[in-house]
Design a protein around this ligand. Sequence first.
Ligand code: CA
Length: 221
Amino acid sequence: MRILLAEDDPAIASLVSGQLRSAGFLVDVSGEGPEIWEIGETTDYAAIILDLGLPGMDGLSILKRWRQAGLQTPVLVLTARGSWMERVDGFDAGADDYLPKPFRSEELLARLRALLRRAQFRPLQSLAAGRFQLDEAAKRISFDSRPVETSPMEYRLIAYLAAHRGSVVPAIELAAHVQGREDDSAKNAIEAMVARIRRKTAPDSIQNRRGFGYVLLDDPQ
Ligand code: CA
């Protein structure tokens, strides 16, 4: 099983990843906020261990973005010792469990295994939104039951609209989510991406409410 260990402290990262590997897990380690956000969403992990204090983008913002995009991967949050605020914020943001630092690796492994057991009973991670079908586990998209090739960013854009189907999402919010930037060039990139997705699907697959934003209609017509 593949696990993402998001931890920027090299000592903790190497100790924990070593323990996880000896326990038989495949482990990817990253300590860079933006990279963690990206790979957490585009790679199929069985679970993610997420430190909150990370350079570039903090763990809570990353977790909120994942959940807003519909990512259901179980997340175990590592918090500073005794910080109940971090714990509350973590659960609010969509954490499945938390572990205060410092912790024993045995404890981390036990929590991780419990999380994975619970996750096995979750329904299949697929979602239908209008004429789009998303397979979260395989990161694949179909349109009218026809597979559509998408880049990771295009996938993320469609998944975000699907998670908010029926509501108009402002271009600036899409830019922040898909590109991690909120400037005009990011907004233009979103427009170009939407045009590409329409060419691959149908001219009205993503609707533009001029001046408001983009919407996926919920009901197929
Ligand atoms: Ca840290």
